[in-house]
Design a binder for this molecule. Structure first.
Ligand code: AMP
Length: 234
């Protein structure tokens, strides 16, 4: 299956996407992670993208589309993939549709994770990640066992992402509202959208997401009826 996880920064796309991909045997395609890796390796892409990321802005569509085109064609994505952080603009979504169509494929589900903005700001301030395995922690709600180091890499201290500073978080949320939120309507109109509350325990959200994806699987080939908007497919 090919699944898109949609939602604002801090809603849990990374955490949920990682588990979904691992348990299902699908590839996790996290564009933010790919970019942070390029920044760390100081590749030409990393040097260019790092500026936009630090400012909380989006990296240009054509760069992102190229990255996803290559990544999603690798052998580990053959059975399926979970897209975390892509698409983020309507042109990216259109490019994804075109890319999949060219391969005789399509998206099976778009999961929109939803949470109030105040909660997102709070979560992002408390978010830390393991620089080795990229596992995300929350100092309040999901802390590491010893409070400082990754549970799976005990010698590795957790770090805060540079773009999780409060001023950058506000900018990222504004960019989300303006450029990414319109994708909710884009996918609803295609009948591919399922909305899942991103609040509550991580495990509860995961189970709700799995059920929602299951419903799209069992509803067969009539995606236009899934979103309940009655607006029909395209
Ligand atoms: P994320 O880890 O998904 O929050 O992404 C971190 C940052 O990477 C974003 O704030 C953007 O600067 C950049 N980025 C990630 N994915 C995309 C995308 N699909 N389009 C444009 N910029 C992106």
């Amino acid at each position: 299956m090919r699944v898109v996880l949609l939602g604002p920064p801090g809603v849990g796309k990374g955490t949920q996407g990682r588990r979904l991909a691992t348990e299902s045997g699908w590839a996790l395609v996290s564009t933010g992670e790919m970019l942070r890796d390029a920044v760390a390796r100081r590749t030409p892409l990393g040097l260019e993208a790092g500026r936009q990321m630090d400012a909380g802005l989006l990296v240009p569509d054509e760069v992102m589309v190229g990255l996803v085109r290559e990544r999603s064609a690798l052998p580990d994505a053959r059975l399926g993939f979970v897209l975390d952080g892509f698409p983020r603009t309507v042109p990216q979504a259109r490019a994804l549709d075109g890319m999949l169509e060219g391969r005789g494929q399509r998206l099976d589900a778009v999961v929109s994770l939803v949470a109030p903005e105040g909660e997102l700001v709070r979560r992002l301030g408390q978010r830390r990640e393991c620089p080795v395995c990229k596992r995300a922690y929350n100092l309040e709600s999901a802390p590491p066992r010893d409070g400082r180091h990754c549970d799976d890499h005990p010698g590795t201290e957790l770090v805060q992402r540079a773009d999780d500073q409060e001023a950058t978080v506000r900018k990222r949320l504004e960019v989300y509202r303006e450029q990414t939120a319109p994708l909710v309507d884009y996918y609803r109109a295609q009948g591919r959208l399922v909305e899942v509350p991103g609040t509550g325990e991580v495990d509860e959200v995961y189970q709700a997401m799995k059920q929602a994806i299951g419903r799209t699987e069992s509803s067969g080939t009539t995606p236009a009826r899934r979103a309940g908007s009655g607006s029909g497919g395209r």
